[in-house]
Design a protein around this ligand. Structure first.
Ligand SMILES: [Fe+2]
Ligand SMILES: [Fe+2]
Length: 276
């Protein structure tokens, strides 16, 4: 059995984020297949193609809650801890942030919408290009990525003269926002919001963009790219992350009762029809 090194993800007697390379049960097998495919297939060239495909925002025009409804029955195959549909997870995360940080309404909304980028899979995108943890392409992978460096065998970028090195195609202290991250729901949702002209504060956008970057925010890898702004913004990621991860066993929220509150936040920060 393998539990991630150095970091334990425990709350209320439950351990989260177990990635067992040998387990044969259906959930662990599903999760392992997901990550091995992601690690072998996400290259610089692949991410560039995804940018071309998704950053035209020509897939749909609909409001935030319309997208959330479309994800009502979506199941994240990379997640060993969730058997609930995404709609429940969205409200559980948002309500946990609301409980812990009542003074930050924009973060409540970030919690509600942080996974909406998974809509790409409803429209046919492979889950290994949508869900799960993220890390930068164009530089050597860190051992703290789930299933470790060995899971990258077969990825052509690993032996590349530039992309295969720790600094890769980047400069020291360039800042996380300059990195080309694996294509995922994090980056897509961030770009959708910016394209819409959202008035969400930078902390909310940054937290959405990097919430799945576990090798950085929970294992302190990739610090060669971190700049002053990243150091300041890290607490925003953790605010979202702890409520994202540890709300997964919370009670099922009364969505109808909660909707008016969240609609008022949407009207303020991400109003109207959004281009996806
Ligand atoms: Fe997520
Ligand atoms: Fe999430």
């Amino acid at each position: 059995m393998k539990i991630e090194k150095n970091v334990s993800y425990e709350a209320d007697g439950k351990t989260y984020r177990i990635y067992d390379v040998t387990a044969e049960d259906p959930i662990q097998t599903r999760v392992r297949n997901h990550y091995f495919t992601q690690h072998q297939s996400q290259t610089v060239g692949f991410v560039q193609e995804m940018h071309k495909k998704w950053l035209k925002f020509d897939h749909a025009k609909m409001p935030i809650l319309g997208c959330l409804d479309m994800l009502a029955t979506f199941l994240d195959e990379s997640d060993p801890d969730v058997d609930e549909a995404n709609l429940i997870h969205a409200y559980q995360t948002a309500e946990k942030i609301r409980e812990n940080h009542p003074d930050k309404p924009w973060m409540h909304l970030a919690g509600l919408i942080h996974d909406l980028g998974k809509i790409m899979s409803v429209w046919g995108e492979h889950q290994w290009a949508v869900t799960g943890d993220t890390y930068p392409v164009g530089c050597a992978p860190a051992e703290s990525i789930v299933y470790g460096k060995a899971s990258f065998q077969g990825n052509p970028d690993i032996d590349h003269i530039v992309y295969g090195t720790p600094m890769g195609m980047y400069e020291e202290k360039c800042g996380l926002e300059k990195l080309m991250m694996t294509w995922s729901h994090d980056e897509y949702m961030y770009q959708v919001l910016v394209n819409h002209g959202t008035t969400l504060p930078d902390e909310a956008l940054y937290a959405i963009r990097f919430h799945s970057f576990y090798p950085y925010h929970s294992h302190n890898d990739y610090l060669q790219f971190q700049n002053e702004r990243d150091i300041e913004m890290k607490s925003a990621i953790m605010m979202l992350n702890e409520c994202d991860l540890y709300s997964k066993n919370d009670e099922t929220p009364d969505i109808d009762a909660l909707k008016p509150y969240y609609q008022s936040l949407i009207d303020k920060y991400v109003p109207g029809n959004v281009n996806w």
